[in-house]
Structure formats: structure tokens, C-alpha cells
Design a protein around this ligand. Sequence first.
Ligand code: 13P
Ligand code: SF4
Length: 322
Amino acid sequence: MSYDLIAEIQKLKREKNAVILAHYYEDGAIQDIADHVGDSFQLAKFGQQTKADVILLAGVVFMAESVKILNPSKKVLVPDMEASCSLVKGSPYDQYLKWREQNPSGIAVTYINSSAEVKSISDVIVTSSNAQKIIEAIPADRPILFGPDQHLGRWLSKKYGREFKLWSGSCEVHVLFNAKRLHQLIAENPDAIVIAHPECDESVLAYAQVIGSTSRLLEEVAKNPAKKFIVATETGIFHQMKKSRPDVELIQAPVADAGCNCNDCPYMKMNSLEKIRQALEMLSPEVTLEEALRKKAQVPLDRMMSIAAGEPVSWPTAFVSP
Ligand code: 13P
Ligand code: SF4
């Protein structure tokens, strides 16, 4: 069954001149049919640079929206329009706008895990893989508003010794890792290296030797000679880790409820090969954005791309409410 489905997807890809981009949290079978697999920054870049007519983003909707914002002439598809993110759901536009209006002199640094509307009232977008460069580029005398992920924001704020005003959102998957049980697991596996995504709570991050984006964690497993890793991020990433290091033992960091599979992101895991086939056949569901909104949301994304490329940028002096 799977063989035919994969052959059908490849055929549709050729017919429609489509490219498939997949996030590291997707099922292994989806990662294996993708033209590019990456973290959220890499996917935005691949999407911006591709010559294909159609981009199918096997990830979550905010990732596909970012590609559409950066490369509007392309048809951008998702396998399932319901594939959201708890950070997007936890940062409604009206409330985010109010927050910005209450802090007009602050620079709004917004995680890419946000809606296009929230991006449109932000000054710069960050991902876990470029956040450090971006924080370093913000003038030291400007206050920073950071949202919607409080854990990534708190980690960066401590790292740079800069006070951030934090939005209180979190990732429903990463907050489940449990520090007490992790402590116990480390005691049972003293030879293991603990690696964690910065969306985890600081009590979990305190145990990690390496904290970083999905691509950074993969890089660590690939290059670190250790034979055992405790991994505090979503389970999909194990697929590439096992490919690059079949010789190592990978242990999922524990959650409070030992019996649950709650480190599968329910949104990432809404996608399937069959939904990908259907989306390519029907050229739907398609991500569309009003041009006025798209243009406004492009400003902070372009600023992110420029800083990541080492180019100088200018900052607005104060927030002007739309
Ligand atoms: P990365 O940018 O590190 O891939 O993270 C995306 C994400 O959604 C983590 O939960
Ligand atoms: Fe959002 Fe968390 Fe899923 Fe990432 S893992 S897409 S942050 S809910």
C-alpha cells in the first residue's frame, strides 16, 4: 500500500512541479518522501528560495504561512488546515495587540510559532535556531517584549542578562517533560548527554548540557562521540537521529504521567502520506492571506532574514497601532 502511495506522491509532485518540505517532528515516512527536512527557520528559507510552483509544507500551518508571506507567488499547500500549535492558539491577535499598545517603546520579538496577524504587529520574528543572533542585534537600551513562548523567552533573557517582558504562552508538548523524573533518569544513566529544546520549562533545561533548536539537537547527536542521549523534545526527531547515529541509545526524556504518549505533537501528527497525496492532487488545502496582512507580516520576517544573514537593520522607534 505504502509503495503505491509513495509512487503516486512522486508522480503528482512531478506533474504539479511541487516540492515537499517537512519538519523534523513529522512521521519518519513523511520525512523520507520530503525534498527538504528542516527546523522552522530552514523550512522558511527553503520555501523562500524554491523555484517550484507548488510548495507542500508537511508541518504546521504557521510554518506554511511563513513561506507564503515570504514567497507570495507560490501556491502553498498543507496536508491539514487544522494543524495549528498551542502557541498560536494561546496568542490571539486582539490580546497581543493590547499588550503591544501597553508597551509602545518595546521591541516586539515574536517567535515564528505565531499567526500571520500576530506577526503583522511584531518588529522581528525569531526561531530557536536564530534567536541568539537576533537578540544580540537589538540595541541594549530598548526594552524587549517576547512572545508567545515564555520558556524560550526566559531562557534567552537569562542567557543575555536582559530583562524581557514575557507573553505567558507555552508549547503543550514540551511543558510536559518532568524535572523530577528526569533527575532520576540521569541518576540511572550517568553516561547520557541530556539535550533539550528551549520550549521546555527552566526546571528541565537546568539539567541539559545542550539546549537548542531541532537542527541543533540533531547536530549534537551526529557529532558528539557519546553513546547515549536523553532527548527532551518531540518524538519525530528520533527518525533523523537514528539515521545519523544508528550506534547510539536515544532515551525520551520523561513526562509526569509515565503511561502517556504525550510527547507526540498532536498538530504535527495530523499529517499523513494520504493527506499529502490528496493535497497534491486537489491543490488544496491552500494557505491564502490578504495582501495587506501579508505585506505587514513580511516586515518582521524580512528583518529576521536580514539579521540571520549578517546584514544591518533599522528598528522602529515606537509601536504605531494599526
Ligand atoms: P524548531 O524551529 O527548533 O524546529 O522548533 C519548531 C517547533 O515547533 C518546536 O516545537
Ligand atoms: Fe507547537 Fe509545540 Fe507542536 Fe511545536 S511541538 S508545533 S510548539 S504544539
